[in-house]
Design a protein around this ligand. Structure first.
Ligand code: SAH
Length: 264
């Protein structure tokens, strides 16, 4: 069995309890060495075989999995953050399907959640934004034409940009072309939850100079939108004393305006 496991954003204690158990039980670990905290490998047993996929091709990764499976061993494929975002897991799964090798996934804390935590942000503030667009600038991996930054920017929703730190001038141009102002709040979060974490609040117009000033060229997320400064939002209906929910009756039910929103 192959277990795709989310390692979390960096800090060793931000892997899930299940993920840590799988690491402890693994006979073989293949970890994404460019971003996974190597400290997590301390969880591995003495006899565990450990491979760094940063220096391997897809074919080499699969060959290791195939060999382990032939020996009846348990393999953990350790990906940074949550494997479902920019994890290149599906291509591995499709080959495993063809080979008849079973696999399952264990989620992890994505870096976009860690970046919010680093800034104490709520991405979905009432009356500011109720959506989060997770995307990236086009790099060597193309982004479909319909998913241009400018078209997402036109919604004015919160945006979190992965894999884009080296392209900030272009990013600013595209955000502004889409309708964000130069002074729309933005943030750069470098290595969220690692000891060397840095957070910098800036604006859409100053993203490039801010990254340059602090020497940030990779392993960062860009957050764009009014939620970064969290002004002018409405308080939640869920905790409003005049609002009845599934779990709580309003203090003054006669004041209740409308029912329905928010059960989480
Ligand atoms: N699956 C991962 C993302 C992998 S893509 C996740 O869920 O987080 C790699 C990109 O993620 C990096 O280029 C960077 O943009 C972002 N990233 C990963 N870890 C990060 C961290 N600790 N802090 C800030 N950005 C991070």
């Amino acid at each position: 069995m192959i277990h795709f496991v989310g390692a979390g954003p960096g800090a060793e204690d931000l892997i899930t309890v299940r993920g840590r158990r799988l690491l402890r039980e693994a006979d073989v670990i293949i970890y994404a060495g460019s971003l996974v905290n190597p400290g997590l490998l301390k969880e591995a047993g003495e006899a565990c075989r450990i491979y760094n996929s940063a220096v391997m091709t897809l074919e080499e990764v699969i060959a290791v999995m195939k060999q382990a499976e032939a020996e009846g061993l348990k393999t953990v494929r350790l990906h940074t953050g949550d494997p479902c975002l920019y994890g290149a897991i599906r291509e591995q799964m499709d080959i495993l399907d063809r080979l008849g090798i079973p696999y399952e996934s264990c989620p992890g804390v994505s870096s976009f959640c860690a970046a919010a935590a680093a800034l104490n942000l709520e991405y979905t503030l009432p009356e500011v934004s109720q959506s989060v667009v997770i995307t990236r600038m086009e790099g060597r991996t193309p982004v479909p034409e319909k998913e241009r930054i400018a078209s997402f920017a036109s919604h004015g929703a919160t945006m979190v940009l992965f894999l884009s730190t080296g392209l900030l001038k272009k990013l600013t141009d595209q955000l502004i072309a889409g309708g964000y102002r130069q002074d729309t709040p933005a943030a750069i979060v470098y290595k969220a939850t690692w000891p060397e974490e840095e957070t910098h609040i800036c604006t859409v117009g100053t993203l490039e100079e801010t990254a340059k000033a602090y020497g940030i060229t990779k392993t960062a997320l860009i957050i764009v939108g009014e939620v970064v400064l969290h002004q002018n939002y409405e308080r939640s209906k869920l905790y409003d004393p005049s609002f009845t929910t599934e779990y709580r009756t309003a203090e003054h039910p006669w004041k209740q305006q409308e029912a329905g929103d928010g059960k989480d």
